[in-house]
Design a protein around this ligand. Sequence first.
Ligand code: 5GP
Ligand code: MN
Ligand code: MN
Length: 471
Amino acid sequence: ASLELVQETPYRWRIERQGAMRVPGVVFTTRELLPDLSADQSLAQVAAVATLPGVVEAVYAMPDVHWGYGFPIGGVAATDVDRGGVVSPGGVGFDISCGVRLLLAGLHLDRLRPRLTALMDALADAIPRGMGRGAVWRPRGTAELEGILAGGARYAVERGHGEPADLDRCEDRGALADADPGAVGARARERGLEQVGSLGSGNHFLEVEAVTEVYDERIAQTYGLWPGRVCVMIHTGSRGLGHQICTDFVRRMETAMDRYGISVPDRQLACAPVFSAEGGAYMGAMAAAANYGRANRQLLGQATRHAFDRAVGHGDLTVLYDVSHNLAKIETHGSRRLCVHRKGATLALPPGHEDLPPDLRPVGQPVLVPGSMGAGSYVLAGVPDSPAFASACHGAGRRLSRHQAVKTTTAARLRAELQAAGIVVRGASARGLTEETPEAYKDVDAVVDACEGAGLARKVARLAPVGVVKG
Ligand code: 5GP
Ligand code: MN
Ligand code: MN
């Protein structure tokens, strides 16, 4: 049957329950941004996720929603773990704990401009990227890899890659406690060993940016965002290790579902009860991959500092925040323990939340929203009483598939356009660059306004790109 979509407010649409749906879907978006039901499967995916055992309240879609493997990207779904609630690897995605770190330099863009080319060369030199080999850190033997899987960014800092103060600004202080390195398979470890401290390809990037707009003076001041301030946004995840874990567990859960009496409308929604052998092992392996992703961003943040030091003599960058946008977490909401899947959605803790460091607690969590290498990016803040289990959008969201994107431009034209806009590009193959053309993404300003209008988060500052290292 076709989906029935009911507009509830200018920023909120309900997908009515039908068929095997246990809860409705809720899409936070505007009429302009609403996916085209005839051309896009993402809202049908919301409805399919709403059939999963134990799902509660509603399956939510953020304004940047688009098609993904099983779950849509920009989707949030929570299951009640004490009532048979499941975890689904497709609800986390292949790049487990992919996320964003924002570093702040003690420098105005005017002072960086004369050194920008040198800085971009230094960053291109310091940041391993692309599909192939090359990483900041090659763990010696299994003990070091175990350390990364169990200790995340915390272990990286212990080993001299960064400052203890960095961890105050990392979600979960840089490491999930319940990681089980033993649940990570041999092939995943093998892939992981060679990629600790590497950007990856495609959509992953390291971008030098400057604050161009401040919307909330008080919060911006607390965050340290002033007009002209130079920042560095790092977007990467758990590389081949996370990818392999997702592959391994989708396969394992596919064959286990029968035993738990679970049937799903789409194989890509393979899942298992959180409290089951398969569910528990996945949670442990996923947390280990998440820690790997956090160590990865910690290492690249440290490499960024060295590059700044060499090229501009200002290596004293501080971390504003580091947050994952592909993760499932056990959280308490009301009286229930829920497994909250956020896939292409960012945790957005409200003011006063105990998981925030004391200096950020009065204003709420920084929510990091990349837009595109041409359009710009945003910093938002978590707000009280937000719907969707304290989640917000994670980007502008894809509008065109990679295949469609490459047909809209050429690498030479895109490079020239970015250069004319004062944006220096390093790395990226011709194909990789055109797949990531700003055209390929939705209008980040509209997405962020929808996010704010829907009461998911509040605008704090806008960031403009000045240089980008693409994976
Ligand atoms: P994802 O995690 O879904 O791959 O990407 C998150 C978001 O990053 C995308 O929805 C897009 O808006 C944004 N993005 C992709 N490439 C770039 C880039 O080069 N620079 C910036 N600032 N944002 C980007
Ligand atoms: Mn990723
Ligand atoms: Mn990502």
